[in-house]
Write a protein that binds this ligand. Structure first.
Ligand SMILES: [Zn+2]
Length: 287
């Protein structure tokens, strides 16, 4: 079989390079490349091939005449309809071990030479719309430049008002109901035993007093009812010009101007009210 690999020859007008394919699924086969005249009619050629092979088998008194795609190719080459073109098999690999794309617009690592900082993400504080972003070095894995950005871009990042602080419902509701800064509220509560597991109501009242506010326990309207008082019915009966701290089972929240201000716990309106405190400024502390 004479091979040609001349690029000049295969590029000549009126010729084409053919790859042949046949069969289906796991019996699918391919072979080539071959050079031949452009526009060959392989349906007509296979009919010619079949007729010739049948005639030869007839002449030889054969009982069978098997045809095959491999034999058809041999026939095409013997007829000089196609000629095989030498090809070179190569393995190609564009995997990038050690040559990863490191764009120049990534900042240079402050710890090593050559590394650059890829952006990575840290803690998410969804309710505050905040997520920590930082750089991680592509070489030495040093991390730096931690800062917070909005996780929902287009919406403002909220200041930390304690809404997502674990076990922070007491200082959160004191902060909101008294209108004082979260950090002040949580510091005062921590002084009186608050931690991420919460704190006792009695000591929360003391903490609030230190901040200048009296949490005055109220008699619950309709508290004699067998089903108790729900948050919803409590709110509907309270004046809107006062602020309250409400205790439901295992949780505190604030009522500010008639609206529930809850931390991320988001108590449902059906929660049963355990205690109600009206917020009053302590005269001596306020003076
Ligand atoms: Zn580095």
């Amino acid at each position: 079989m004479e091979l040609t690999n001349s690029a000049v020859e295969v590029a000549q007008p009126g010729t084409a390079i053919y790859m042949l394919h046949w069969g289906e699924h796991y019996e699918r086969g391919s072979n080539g490349p071959y050079l031949g005249a452009a526009g060959l009619d392989f349906t007509a050629l296979s009919a010619d091939y079949r007729r010739e092979r049948y005639a030869a088998a007839e002449a030889a008194h054969e009982d069978r005449c098997p045809l095959g795609e491999g034999d058809f190719q041999t026939w095409l080459v013997a007829k000089q309809i196609l000629s095989p073109i030498a090809s070179t098999d190569v393995e190609i690999d564009v995997r990038t071990y050690g040559n990863e794309y490191v764009p120049k617009h990534w900042p240079e690592c402050p710890e090593c030479s050559g590394g650059r900082g890829e952006q990575d993400y840290g803690d998410v504080r969804r309710s505050l719309n905040r997520i920590v972003v930082y750089h991680r070095c592509t070489e030495c894995r040093h991390v730096w430049g931690h800062h917070e950005v909005a996780c929902r871009s287009g919406e403002p990042m909220l200041e930390d008002d304690g809404r997502d602080t674990q076990g922070g419902c007491v200082p959160f509701s004191i902060s909101k109901a008294c209108g004082i800064d979260w950090k002040l509220a949580v510091a005062a509560c921590a002084k009186h035993g608050w931690d991420s597991g919460g704190m006792s109501p009695d000591r929360a009242v003391v903490a609030a007093r230190e901040l200048g506010f009296e949490l005055v326990r109220q008699r619950l309207p309709g508290s004699g009812k067998p089903n108790g008082l729900t948050l919803k019915s409590l709110i509907s009966g309270l004046p809107r010009n006062r602020n309250y701290v409400v205790s439901v089972k295992g949780h505190w929240l604030a009522l500010v101007g008639g609206a529930i201000v809850d931390n991320d716990t988001n108590s449902g309106l059906g929660r049963k009210v355990v205690d109600l405190y009206e917020v009053k400024a302590v005269q001596s502390a306020a003076a």
